[in-house]
Design a protein around this ligand. Structure first.
Ligand SMILES: [Zn+2]
Length: 267
């Protein structure tokens, strides 16, 4: 049986042994509790990066920490807006602090390399700030070799996968909220949480080139979807998952000299 990669499933004794192995990557999935239309659950942005993180961790020497479940406020142009019932968000400072504290704790446990694997567009700069502050905190106590990589998983969907999943043309990630990409991944990984009969008809919205607060409800379709997910499928989800996971693994091997799991075990 392959050993678990989930930190939460390990005893502290096993975890302390595994995190101390040089080159081990601590991965923290980061999501949001956010409406994703009538057909997807509120934790879509949490469970997708968690699954991707687990698959990445299996292929390299990785351990997946429990996810940061809540994210920064939903923005209308990319997530429909923070005015929807069910969307439950953190202030920017809170998310920065949570990311900073968790990274510092992982470093205290012995990790020297961490990956914040993001699944919610609006989190990006708050995670970068949390990572920067954690590195500064650690340097102040003499830990100068702690490295953090941050990424948002769909940035790895490129090339053939993009044309296969969007044969009629790709509209951009901003309108992909609750649409073909996320719904396909959910159909592949968590079909029991998807109700395709509730997918709304929705042509891609055109957002103005500005944000307005408080949110203007007329800028978001009432369903919360910015584009229809009708063309989503489990087969597309399988393709997307492999594209994302292999892209992230390749980037880690190239940039951080992370080794594939079999090789790490031999060394
Ligand atoms: Zn999402």
């Amino acid at each position: 049986m392959t050993p678990t990669v989930a930190m939460s499933e390990m005893s502290w004794v096993e975890y302390s042994r595994r995190i101390a192995v040089p080159g081990t990557l601590a991965i923290v999935p980061v999501g949001a509790i956010e409406q994703h239309g009538p057909h997807l659950p509120l934790n879509t942005d949490v469970i997708l990066p968690t699954e991707i993180a687990s698959e990445v961790a299996r292929r390299i020497n990785g351990i997946v920490a429990p996810a940061i479940t809540y994210g920064y406020k939903s923005i209308q142009r990319s997530g429909g807006g923070n005015h929807f019932c069910g969307t439950a968000s953190l202030d920017g400072n809170t998310l920065i602090s949570v990311a900073r504290d968790i990274l510092r704790e992982l470093a205290r446990h012995g990790a020297r390399r961490a990956l914040l694997l993001n699944g919610h567009f609006e989190n990006v700069y708050f995670l970068l700030e949390g990572a920067d502050l954690a590195i500064r905190d650690l340097a102040a106590i003499g830990i100068n070799n702690f490295q953090v990589i941050t990424l948002t998983y769909w940035d790895f969907i490129v090339g053939d996968a993009l044309t296969e999943v969007f044969p009629d043309g790709f509209q951009g990630w901003a309108v992909e909220h609750g649409a073909v990409m996320e719904t396909s991944l959910m159909l592949h990984l968590f079909p029991k949480f998807v109700n395709m009969s509730l997918v709304p008809e929705q042509s891609p919205i055109t957002s103005p080139p500005y944000d307005i607060l408080p949110p203007a409800p007329d800028l978001t379709p009432p369903s919360g979807c910015l584009l229809s997910a009708a063309k989503a499928s489990a087969a597309k989800g399988k393709l997307l998952l492999e594209c994302v996971v292999s892209g992230i693994v390749a980037a880690l091997i190239e940039r951080t000299k992370q080794k594939p799991r079999e090789q790490a075990a031999r060394d």
